[in-house]
Ligand binder design. Structure first.
Ligand SMILES: CC(C)(COP(=O)(O)OP(=O)(O)OC[C@H]1O[C@@H](n2cnc3c(N)ncnc32)[C@H](O)[C@@H]1OP(=O)(O)O)[C@@H](O)C(=O)NCCC(=O)NCCS
Length: 230
């Protein structure tokens, strides 16, 4: 690139990258006509900034707010599909995600003062990569006391497994349950989800029963687990 062009490129960079100024070398991959063309594109059609890898991505967890219903629906459906695509038929997956991972489902939990939802995100981009939903215990098979709580959902996208995110989410839920005076935290998990069951057992959960769990038109067998807090 002619040296004389560099000040021009430096000027347009913040526009192209949405405000995040990139080193001038990044622009060298673009030939000039493309770079000028980008200025004319609406923001929604501009090329994205360079990708980081999952391993180098900074992650954060925060409490979800009512504004997060759509983000939770997105990561909820994506992580459910990813976890069960190998064992649940397509029509059941679609039916389940359409209803149980709708924005309305999460909006209802977010509006429930007895429920707490944490959302895990990339930092600073804020893309949702995991979440945990903690509610009053609703699993009859666990014979819950009124003050017991239930991990309704804990999911992390697989590219971010083994980053400590699962432990971090669960530890937040257990700390919250203790602070609310719960005796136990309970949950249900598909019997064949060996990885998750092993994770829960390492977190101090024991199998206490089984239940049937409906996904679309299929019925699956879940293990019911509980962890005593005192
Ligand atoms: C279950 C689940 C939430 C666990 O989350 P996770 O992020 O994989 O768990 P963690 O990273 O905290 O811990 C997993 C292992 O990674 C290890 N680990 C933690 N940080 C690590 C790091 N930085 N580098 C390498 N390993 C790490 C942990 O020590 C742990 O190892 P251990 O089991 O031998 O002790 C996750 O596997 C998941 O979302 N699965 C799919 C969804 C699912 O099945 N949900 C449950 C449905 S009921």
């Amino acid at each position: 690139m002619p040296v004389a062009m560099r000040p021009i490129i430096a000027t347009i960079q913040p526009i192209i990258w949405g405000g995040a100024v990139q080193p001038i070398d990044k622009m060298r991959v673009l030939d000039l006509p493309i770079a000028w063309g980008l200025i004319l594109l609406p923001r929604s059609r501009r090329i994205a900034p360079p990708m980081t890898t999952p391993e180098s991505t900074k992650l954060t967890i925060r409490l979800a707010t009512p504004a997060d219903a759509a983000r939770l629906a997105l990561v909820g459906a994506a992580s459910f599909l990813e976890t069960y695509a190998h064992m649940i038929p397509a029509e059941d997956l679609v039916a389940h995600c359409t209803t149980k991972h709708s924005a309305e489902t999460y909006a209802a939990w977010l509006a429930d003062p007895s429920a707490t939802i944490w959302i895990a995100e990339t930092d600073p981009a804020g893309a949702p990569i995991g979440y945990l939903v903690l509610t009053r215990a609703t699993l009859p098979e666990a014979s819950p006391h009124p003050e017991d709580l239930e991990v309704q959902r804990i999911y992390v996208l697989s590219r971010f497994h083994r980053t400590g995110m699962g432990y971090a989410l669960m530890n937040l839920a257990l700390a919250k349950a203790r602070s609310k005076g719960a005796n136990r935290v309970v949950l249900g998990v598909h019997n064949d989800n060996v990885r998750a069951i092993a994770f829960y057992k390492r977190q101090g959960f024991d199998v206490v029963d089984e239940r049937k769990f409906t996904v679309g038109n299929s019925i699956f067998c879940d293990s019911v687990l509980a962890r005593k807090l005192r």
